[in-house]
Design a protein around this ligand. Structure first.
Ligand code: G3H
Ligand code: 13P
Ligand code: ZN
Ligand code: NA
Length: 325
């Protein structure tokens, strides 16, 4: 069955790796995630956003995720699977997810004034922890630049290390998402924030590991979460562009920095955009090369296989979660 994040984060902390948190909205994404994590023997957090619930229907998504535990066994290895609400924005939504079987939720009060964030987060924690099956809760402090919950922030508001201890104590959260320079989407930095390498590829500024280290000092052994952690692989951007698409100012978080984060107190790394790029690259390629194809399986299948390859690579070579299930 589904598990919460408690045990997984304790093991990730001790073993200096991070659990992958991959978003899914449809069958092919779920198949790719489960196949990749079974083949690499990795625990996994399946993330469902409000947008995913609207797109695919909440009942269907939830039952697909429950079915995923059975599917994993069928594939030959019983990996721990978490069903997690990504960017929950209200107590009502968190309650609905908890009551319908999610094993973990995020309450994202990061845009609220501090005291309101504390109050809302604590309400969610009190409800989640009082369940027969303890449901874990992720809170957030600091604001990521870019689009988050339909709120667009021009700049990063880095997490204030002086606030984290008080926030965790007063809310009782099980993990904390922080802002140290990551952001959502495929353009994580504006070109003027970057330099360019010899190939003209944008090189982003480094994440604020100094802030992460400060936070680790204030919260020893406490699980930290990084959102907006896609790497935006240039090979996918190039395929998309080769076949008529556009990904303006594409730039992500370099893998080396994610490896460094995974070895720290960061226990959960959120990745969605890289999967979107992988699927889009393959679908554009099939459409361009096989224009008479009109069976969705003929383009969604290759997209799914590429996504699986990408997630296997992440587990094995970036997050270090392979072999930990
Ligand atoms: O945090 C954002 C995730 O990538 C989910 O995106 O809200 O478009 O489903 P979404
Ligand atoms: P990316 O857009 O970098 O993939 O981030 C995903 C995320 O944080 C989901 O919550
Ligand atoms: Zn996020
Ligand atoms: Na870690």
């Amino acid at each position: 069955g589904l598990v919460n994040t408690k045990d997984l984060f304790a093991k990730a902390m001790a073993g200096k790796y991070a659990i992958p948190a991959y978003n899914f909205n449809n069958l092919e994404q779920l198949q790719a995630i489960v196949q990749a994590c079974v083949e690499t023997k990795s625990p996994v957090i399946l993330q469902v956003s409000s947008g995913a619930r609207k797109y695919a229907n909440a009942t269907l998504l939830r039952n697909m995720a429950k079915g995923a535990t059975e599917y994993a066994k069928e594939l030959g290895y019983d990996i721990p699977i978490v069903l997690h609400l990504d960017h929950g924005d209200s107590l009502a939504l968190c309650k609905e997810c908890i009551e319908s079987g999610f094993s973990s939720v995020m309450i994202d009060g990061s845009h609220l004034p501090y005291e309101e964030n504390v109050a809302l987060t604590k309400q969610v924690v009190d409800f989640a922890h009082s369940q027969e099956h303890y449901v874990t809760v992720e809170g957030e402090l600091g604001i990521l630049a870019g689009i988050e919950d339909d709120v667009v922030a021009e700049h990063h508001t880095y997490t204030e290390p002086d606030e984290v201890e008080d926030f965790v104590k007063r809310t009782g959260v099980d993990s904390l998402a922080i802002s140290i320079g990551t952001s959502h989407g495929a353009t994580k930095f504006t070109p003027d924030q970057c330099t360019r390498n010899a190939d003209g590829v944008l090189v982003p500024p480094e994440l604020r590991f100094d802030i992460l280290e400060e936070i680790e000092k204030r919260l020893p052994g406490f699980p930290i979460v990084l959102h907006g952690s896609s790497s935006v692989p240039m090979e996918y951007v190039r395929i998309i562009e080769q076949f008529g698409g556009k990904v303006p100012d594409a730039v992500g978080i370099p893998e080396e920095q994610l490896r460094r984060a995974a070895a720290s107190a960061v226990c959960k790394i959120n990745i969605d955009s890289d999967g979107r790029l992988a699927m889009t690259a393959m679908i554009r390629k099939v459409f361009a090369e096989q224009p008479s194809e009109f069976d969705p399986r003929k383009y969604l299948g290759p997209a799914r296989d590429e996504l699986k390859k990408l997630y296997m690579y992440k587990n094995q070579n970036v997050l270090g979660s392979a072999g930990k299930a």
